[in-house]
Design a binder for this molecule. Structure first.
Ligand code: ADP
Ligand code: MG
Length: 532
């Protein structure tokens, strides 16, 4: 059986096969193998789960296009998606497979209502829309879903995350009763299961285990780095790569903003994406990233969802994701479409325990490696400068503007000295070891760490350095055991080895002399801490 016949074997017929051939798909993806026959049978409602980038759009799109009739009256299929960007993406994917020339339109918020009304009046077969705007049309009775045969909730988890649950429920109950509902999602939180119990019948669950997909094409490594060294570790990794085109994942919006602003300060081409970035801004940023005018995208898990970029060289887990599923999800963004990619995870002391569990669940090897040293980075930068120089020299006439000046300098200094001086002038920040912050190697404490809450902060005159000094003086801890110091206005946080936490707290609380205790050991809030 040639590979395209595998599509035929799933039950698709010639028109659809022709569309697939033109589109260039060679064989069905695992989720398509599961969903296409099930959807062609038209018996059950379906929940389908598979990682991002595995072809879920065609997984519901192909069987719908196979069965739909070109009528251009009231829509037979409605596909709900969380964002305008996804509405456009899904619509484009469906149009690219639309041999039957059925009428497909995207209907989302922010676009002109009158234009949409015109499209609807002309008659539609498939509508791809965002919940808010679709509900708008339902309430105004400007669109008729009484003939609906298929309702698809695409990126259902994301739709719930973004607070569309009520809208989605209202649409589910407003459309006709004989339709089939299909829910597609990359993750399967409990809320989705309860939604399906409420509104779906004879539901069949089809799931592709994410392990199958990530294992082979992504090289996974990790570094043990103190929280306070993570940024320097990041720039080293970027600097030693001849080409870096990647996403840096942070757990929180604040984390994203911090990393982006530091990268920009240092002259890297970076942009950040998180829940507070407007849709228009988001699209602009993604365009720049796709064109590679920006080669570093810093993002939260939620904001990175639905980004359709295939050729990333790196995914960096600047902080660990909330759970293993997100990890698999993140790293699945490299190694797509046959490209080898690298997934790098930074592990600070406080992340070690969670990481150990995660490693067990992922079931593929994650190698521990050593960070590039300052000398490594400098050697690479030297080479790069030489290459760039060669390019200028072998290039064009622009260099003529500089020859007079060169002659003047060379009249006064020997060539070697003059050249060395120029290099220093131009590149001393890059080429001198003293400019690279020391990243102390440390091994993680296998018993884990505790987070201490300290009842003094900026208003009490504390800075990071001052708090570290207090800790060292009063508790005898050394630098390597103190990590992730955060000073806020009225209080501070610091991470210390789990086995020392009690003793540290005791010693510091003695200082408060019977007043409110100075230190509390914070509750273990692993898995929380996401402000997105
Ligand atoms: P998901 O919704 O699971 O994140 P998409 O439907 O957006 O994934 O598909 C990701 C990419 O994979 C798209 O560019 C799509 O055209 C492509 N794709 C889908 N199915 C196949 C297939 N069978 N063979 C090759 N490429 C495919
Ligand atoms: Mg999708």
């Amino acid at each position: 059986m040639t590979k395209i016949e595998e599509f035929q074997a799933l039950g698709l017929t010639e028109v659809t096969i022709e569309a697939i051939r033109e589109k260039g798909f060679e064989k069905p993806s695992p989720i398509q193998v599961l969903t296409i026959p099930a959807l062609l049978k038209n018996e059950n409602d379906i929940i389908a789960q598979s990682q991002t980038g595995t072809g879920k759009t065609a997984a519901f799109g192909l069987p719908i296009l196979e069965q739909i009739k070109r009528e251009k009256t009231a829509p037979q299929a409605l596909i709900l998606v969380p964002t305008r960007e996804l509405a456009i993406q899904v619509t484009e994917e469906l149009i690219s497979l639309n041999k039957k020339k059925v009428s497909i339109a995207a209907i989302y918020g922010g676009a002109s209502m009158s234009e949409q009304l015109r499209r609807i009046k002309k008659g539609l077969d498939i509508v791809v829309g965002t919940p808010g705007r679709i509900l708008d049309h339902i309430r105004r009775e400007t669109i008729d879903f009484s003939l609906l045969k298929w309702l698809v909730l695409d990126e259902a988890d994301e739709m719930l995350n973004m607070g569309f649950i009520d809208d989605v429920e209202e649409i589910m109950s407003a459309s006709n009763e004989t339709k089939r509902t299909m829910l597609f999602s990359a993750t399967m939180p409990r809320r989705i299961v309860s939604l399906s119990k409420k509104y779906m019948r004879d539901t069949k669950i089809l799931k592709v285990e994410s392990k199958q997909i990530t294992a082979d094409l992504t090289d996974q490594i990790y570094f043990e780095v103190k929280e306070s060294n993570k940024f320097d570790a990041l720039t080293r990794i970027i600097d030693v790569e001849s080409e870096f085109y990647g996403i840096v994942f942070c757990r929180t919006k604040v984390g994203v903003d911090e990393v982006v602003s530091k990268l920009l300060d240092m002259g890297y081409a970076a942009e950040g994406l998180h829940g507070d970035v407007s849709q228009a801004q988001r699209e602009k940023i993604l365009r720049k990233f796709k064109k590679k005018t920006v080669n570093i995208l810093v993002a939260t898990d939620v904001a990175a969802r639905g980004i359709d970029v295939n050729n990333l060289t790196h995914v960096i887990n600047y902080s660990l994701p909330q759970d293993t599923e997100f990890y698999v999800h993140r790293i699945g963004r490299t190694g797509r479409a046959g490209n080898q990619g690298t997934a790098i995870t930074f592990i600070s002391n406080s992340e070690f325990r969670q990481f150990t569990l995660m490693k067990k669940e992922v079931k593929t090897e994650i190698r521990k490696e050593k960070l590039p040293t300052a000398q490594d980075v400098i050697a690479i930068k030297r080479n790069k400068i030489k290459e760039d120089l060669l390019e200028v020299l072998s290039g064009d006439s622009v260099i003529e503007n500089y020859t007079t000046m060169a002659r003047e300098i060379l009249a006064e200094y020997p060539a070697e000295q003059a050249m060395a001086g120029l290099l220093k002038l131009a590149f001393k920040n890059d080429l001198e070891e003293g400019n690279y912050p020391e990243i102390r190697t440390f091994s993680v404490d296998r018993k884990g760490t505790s987070r201490l809450f300290i009842a003094v902060g900026r208003v009490d005159g504390y800075t990071q350095a001052k708090l570290v000094e207090l800790l060292k003086r009063e508790t005898g801890l050394n630098d390597s055991k103190i990590d992730d110091v955060k000073i806020l206005d009225n209080f501070s946080f610091v991470t210390v080895p789990y086995i020392e936490a009690e003793a540290v707290a005791k010693k510091l609380n003695k200082l408060s002399k019977g007043n409110k205790p100075l230190v509390e050991i914070a509750k273990d809030k692993r898995g929380g801490g996401n402000d997105d």
